[in-house]
Ligand binder design. Structure first.
Ligand code: TRP
Ligand code: ZN
Length: 870
């Protein structure tokens, strides 16, 4: 297989600029005609030919300044066309190029470019999908003003594109058209077109400067009632961005379309966001609290891109974190303001620990600004997005909210309307602070998860020395690592909860700057046992190595000022107990620990938010990140054994909590969310005790909302098989016509650790609502199995690995982007015991040897197999 590696270091500015783009698109399932007229200007004094990207497109007709061109042949000059590009020799420095091509949206199953599915035409151009629609310089640093005429059958009453509608009319033969103009120059990855028959919700938003913006939300017919929450969220996001960042919307109309077939969450196309319907549709009956949360977060994320992404965009795709890391940080801040800071922080830290640490430990490890890429779609990663957001958060921590805002203002002042780099962002931030950010910028180029170690020694004079040191292990693509600049939030307390943060090394109310291999400081505390807690609120994306005794962890829980640290201390206790049970299966956990937890429950009885989170046992995936050479069965058994001791020893305390939370009629507000969350966490523990099965059934039968229904179903996974099966059957019957709700049911089935799991999955794939061409369905069934059914996926007969591989071989021919995501767990073999590794690599080998494998899957599989080979 011939693959091309693209390198960040090879960046060259575009040889031509394209100032205006006029598109005339006549929709047809198999013969959509795309006519494009481009105003082009040579950049600089070279005489190079014009090279346009075009992915397997025909040239029907092309001309320069009205003079038709022909294909180059032996005896005449002309254009050269191959499967990925069109090369046109041009003499003039400024000219109009016209090209007509034809595409077949109904045959597009990759959902990239223009596709027809679920009865609607829809585009997805980021990162490099525009080249599947027409010939263009498909790179983010070519910015143009677009005018787009969409022509379609009247059975597609809505014809949408970016910007403002400027003309519309009826045509002959049952067709009509709408013409759109977007005055803001944009890169082609922000182009969008949607055509279909939708229900529309509309509203308005008046900006701070008094401009009225029309808001339009398009959903499938009959789903109008499920769109109101998204529309309200949009208004909250618009308001928040004005208040917190002083940023206003810049067009007269903002449209959002929800579609069922979509590769990712949503897309920020200028003035016309396209969403996976999963992140728009929500009501009490069909959506859980988490779904509501995600709808609001994704709506905000795409809206915030209007400034961080669209007005200021990326120079090249290596700079992706410039827009994504920053926009994720912005949506996290928004969510924290709308809901709760603590639960948001915990949620995002879980993502880092479960997924980003795993990525960094794998062959796909890369800096938040990658240096090399084969398939760009593979770099929409937890590293670029979530670690990227953590890096932005550190700017925020270091500069403070005001300094950060000042830096952002400067960023927009310097770069509005431009395509820029991460370095440009750093230098805008630098202008707003007296700190020297040059070492800090290493976060953009160095990959890997740093480990912070904490050491303590008692001196004779009653002083304690505390030493923090950092070390970043080598990653697959980078052997040499250097010290990072890290803000470390700290608490130091003694056994009575007295805090010792009055020290010169500890600045700004509990922050230590770790910018060298190590820093030490001394604390005067005669006759005291000190407990240092580092990385409060996860102030840097790092792991911590702090060997505290369990008593100290309980001290942190009892006296910690930072609620996040208190939660984290409990997680460490659980993690430690599970390790003990791995070493000595069947052992009973110390009674002191149960007593400590019992005491904690009583003390936090009224603080259901923290309590609920503190009663969550770390997931299998999180446990993996603090272990090597994992034997899945052993770890899984240890986790289960711990959960079951937990339920037995704490039964009465848990019941007290469960009974103290009263069921109120459903409302989505933070207080109610916290209560439901806590209640469901507690119920999941109780469900492991046969005597409480009735609680699960009762909740399932009485729930007036999806959160409690699904909560009960999840708990039923721990009940008798019959109970689980009968509740699942009821659920299926009720929701058989709502695929988005059924996805939850698919996922629950696929994560059952049962012996007949493959028969179950095969059956799910034959379900009338299942189709391999819909990414949501595939993610719920196959994705859930591969990512979250650890026991069965990692079965030591290799059946799980083989099953997923067989499926991926089929999926890859249809939708490589989704296949490449689901292959992830198979490529992350590094942490597992050799028996697992051998079996995983065997299946990776099958993939690699497969003829016609997409470059998406190829990149990840080949890197994974090459890991550690040299
Ligand atoms: N830019 C989008 C976002 O973060 C994500 C995105 C990138 C995407 N490529 C995509 C979405 C392909 C759908 C399909 O909001
Ligand atoms: Zn984004």
């Amino acid at each position: 297989m011939s693959v091309q590696i693209k390198r960040r270091a090879d960046y060259m500015p575009p040889a031509f600029a394209i100032s205006t783009v006029d598109l005339h698109i006549t929709l047809h399932p198999t013969e959509t005609r795309v006519f494009s007229s481009l105003r082009i200007k040579r950049q600089g004094s070279h005489q190079d030919a014009l090279v346009l990207d075009g992915d397997n497109l025909p040239v029907n007709k092309t001309s320069i300044d009205g003079i038709e061109l022909s294909r180059k042949s032996d005896n005449s000059p002309g254009y050269v066309l191959d499967e990925s590009s069109l090369t046109i020799p041009v003499e003039s420095d400024e000219f109009t190029l016209e090209i007509e091509t034809t595409i077949a949206p109904s045959r597009n199953k990759a959902l990239e470019g223009l596709y027809l599915s679920g009865g609607a035409y829809c585009t997805q151009c980021e990162a490099e999908g525009f080249r599947r629609i027409t010939f263009f310089m498909d790179r983010p640093d070519v910015l143009s003003v677009y005018t787009v005429t969409v022509v379609g059958d009247t059975s597609f009453p809505m014809l949408l594109s970016n910007g403002n509608p400027i003309d519309k009319g009826q045509l002959t033969n049952g067709q009509h058209f709408v013409k759109w103009h977007d005055p803001h120059p944009k890169p082609c990855y922000l182009f969008a077109l949607v055509a279909g028959d939708f229900d529309m919700l509309s509203d308005t938003f008046t900006t701070a400067s008094g401009k009225e913006v029309a808001l339009e939300l398009y959903v499938d017919k009959g789903k109008q009632g499920q769109g109101t929450f998204a529309l309200e969220s949009l208004k909250r996001a618009m308001k928040w961005d004005e208040e917190v960042f002083g940023l206003e919307y810049d067009l007269d109309i903002y449209m959002i379309v929800a579609v069922d077939f979509f590769n990712m969450g949503a897309m920020e196309n200028k003035g016309l966001n396209v969403f996976n319907s999963k992140f728009v549709l929500a009501d009490q009956n069909t959506a859980t609290d988490d779904d509501f949360f995600n709808v609001e977060a994704v709506i905000a994320h795409e809206y915030f891109h209007n400034w961080t992404g669209n007005r200021v965009t990326c120079r090249d795709w290596f700079q992706l974190s410039l827009k994504e890391g920053l926009t994720v940080f912005r949506d996290q801040q928004f969510s924290a303001d709308m809901t709760s800071e603590l639960s948001n922080r915990i949620k995002h830290v879980r993502v880092m620990r479960e997924h980003q640490f795993a990525e960094d430990a794998s062959a796909m490890s890369h800096p938040i600004r990658p240096d090399e890429v084969i398939e760009m779609n593979n770099f929409y990663t937890v590293t670029v997005y979530d670690k990227g957001a953590e890096v932005i958060r550190m700017f925020h921590t270091l500069l403070g909210p005001d300094g950060f805002r000042k830096g952002m203002d400067e960023y927009f002042k310097r770069h509005d309307g431009q395509a820029v780099t991460c370095d440009d962002f750093v230098s805008a931030m630098q202008s707003a602070t007296s700190l020297d950010l040059s070492q800090f910028a290493r976060w953009y180029s160095q990959s890997g998860t740093p480990i912070i170690s904490v050491k303590q020694s008692k001196l004779d004079d009653g002083k304690h020395t505390i030493t923090l040191s950092q070390h970043t292990p080598a990653t697959s693509e980078q052997s040499e690592k250097h010290p990072l600049y890290m803000p470390i939030k700290m608490e130091v307390m003694d056994e009575d909860g007295v805090q010792y943060t009055d020290n010169e090394a500890i600045i700004n109310d509990g922050m230590v700057i770790l910018d060298k291999e190590s820093v030490s400081f001394t604390i005067d505390a005669p006759n005291k046992t000190l407990t240092p807690v580092v990385l409060g609120n996860f102030s840097a994306p790092a792991k911590v190595n702090n060997e505290l005794p369990t008593t100290s962890l309980l001290t942190i829980f009892k006296y910690g000022k930072d609620a996040f640290n208190r939660w984290d201390a409990m997680q460490s206790i659980y993690n430690r107990c599970i390790s003990e049970l791995e070493r000595a299966p069947g052992e009973a956990i110390d009674n002191d620990i149960w007593a400590g937890i019992r005491e904690a429950i009583v003390r936090e009885q009224d603080n259901v938010e923290l309590l609920g989170e503190c009663l969550v046992i770390p997931s299998f995936e999180t446990l993996c990140q603090s272990r090597t050479s994992i034997n899945v069965q052993t770890l899984s058994a240890a986790r289960k054994a711990f959960c079951s001791q937990f339920a037995q020893h704490l039964e009465s305390s848990l019941l007290d909590v469960f009974n103290s939370i009263e069921s109120a009629p459903y409302a989505y507000n933070q207080n109610a969310v916290n209560q439901r969350r806590c209640k469901n966490v507690v119920l999941a523990h109780l469900a492991r005790l046969p005597q409480h099965e009735s609680l699960v059934i009762k909740q399932f039968e009485q729930a007036d909302n999806m959160t409690d229904t699904l909560g009960a179903l999840r708990c039923a996974q721990f009940c008798q098989r019959d109970t689980f099966d009968s509740l699942m059957a009821k659920f299926e019957q009720k929701w058989s016509n709502d695929p988005l709700v059924l996805d939850k049911w698919f996922a629950l089935h696929a994560t059952q650790a049962s012996k007949d799991i493959f028969a179950t999955i095969t059956m799910l794939c034959e379900h009338p609502q299942f189709t391999m061409s819909n990414p949501n369905r595939v993610r719920s069934v196959i994705g859930s199995f591969a990512f979250y059914n650890s026991e069965m996926f990692h079965a030591l007969d290799g059946s799980g690995y083989k099953f997923v591989t067989d499926y991926l071989l089929k999926l890859d021919t249809l939708n490589p982007q989704v296949a490449a995501r689901i292959v992830t767990p198979l490529t992350q073999w590094q942490g597992f015991a050799v028996e697992h590794q051998t079996l995983m690599k065997e299946q990776l080998g099958r993939l690699l040897n497969h003829k016609g494998l997409s470059k998406d899957v190829f990149e990840k599989v080949s890197k994974s197999l090459a890991y550690g080979a040299d």
